[in-house]
Design a protein around this ligand. Structure first.
Ligand code: KIV
Length: 273
């Protein structure tokens, strides 16, 4: 049975619940591996733009592209909850459009959607919830704000900014989001926002005290071209393993070692005379 948004909402660590494990995936094999590892939530993140499509930021993906990848992830039929990012401009202009865009992601196979921003998103969150679409929030270093922030910078570094972030998180909670991602903030901010909320926080670069953690698939597995951010723990170096394996294949083709007889179809008698 798929983990539901209400079941995730109940996963507060201070109530004795295990930390939430969330990882991104963008295609069927990725989702299959991630689900087999027993994660709670698969995020079809708009980090798709960076780690799969080669863009510098997340501003370049569309609802159509997100749906394409949500469909692929959903084809793995994971037990994990699938949350899909609403891409930039898909929820900023008009609430009716926002609901239609979120509906496209749900029809592609997502169980909920995630969007970035605090009190300014109050009305759109309400519109989505009115349409029965569960919503996850995202605060702190919100990548869709890269131009407004002037780069990817740690957020909430002053007392006032930290208070604003906690207020924003409370607004999202009061509107009815079931969980909120907290990204790129000092760990004490991760701790305080987690203490302030009844809903779970899921941290990425927000310290050890949030109710869960999320990492990007390609960061965790060593598949990125840039060196990973400070908050990433790389659990494997698949990039090196992939290059090594393909180089071995190239050598074998060039030397004639591949394919061998056992890798070729047997020749029928009829064809040999
Ligand atoms: O798109 C993404 O991968 C995300 C995570 C960084 C939380 O939003």
């Amino acid at each position: 049975m798929t983990l539901s948004a209400p079941a995730i909402r109940a996963r507060k660590r201070r109530n004795g619940r295990a930390p939430i494990v969330m990882v991104t995936a963008y295609d069927e094999p990725g989702a299959r591996y991630v689900d087999a590892a027993g994660v709670d939530i698969i995020l079809v993140g708009d980090s798709l733009a960076n780690v799969v499509l080669g863009h510098e930021d997340t501003l370049h993906v569309t609802v159509e592209q997100m749906c394409h990848h949500v469909r692929a992830v959903s084809a793995a039929r994971p037990s994990a909850h699938i949350v899909a990012d609403m891409p930039w401009l898909s929820y900023h202009v008009d609430h009716a459009d926002s609901v239609r865009n979120a509906g496209e992601l749900i029809r592609a196979g997502a169980h909920s959607v995630k969007l970035e921003g605090g009190h300014v998103r109050r009305d759109v969150v309400r519109a989505l919830l009115d349409a029965e679409i569960p919503v996850m929030g995202h605060l702190g270093l919100t990548p869709q704000s890269v131009l407004a922030f002037g780069g990817f910078r740690v957020q909430a570094k002053t007392r006032q900014a930290a208070e604003w972030l906690i207020k924003d998180a409370t607004v999202l909670q009061d509107e009815g989001v079931y969980a909120v991602v907290i990204e790129g903030v000092p760990s004490v901010v991760g701790t305080r926002v987690t203490e302030a909320l009844e809903i779970p926080t899921i941290g990425i670069g927000a310290g050890p005290d949030t109710d869960g953690q999320v990492l990007v698939f390609h960061d965790l597995l060593g598949l990125t071209k840039a060196s990973p951010a400070k908050f990433v723990r790389q659990y494997a170096d698949l990039g090196t393993a992939i290059t090594r394996a393909i180089a071995q294949y190239a050598d074998d083709v060039r030397s004639g070692a591949f394919p061998s007889e056992s890798e070729s179809y047997a020749n029928p008698e009829d064809l040999l005379n």
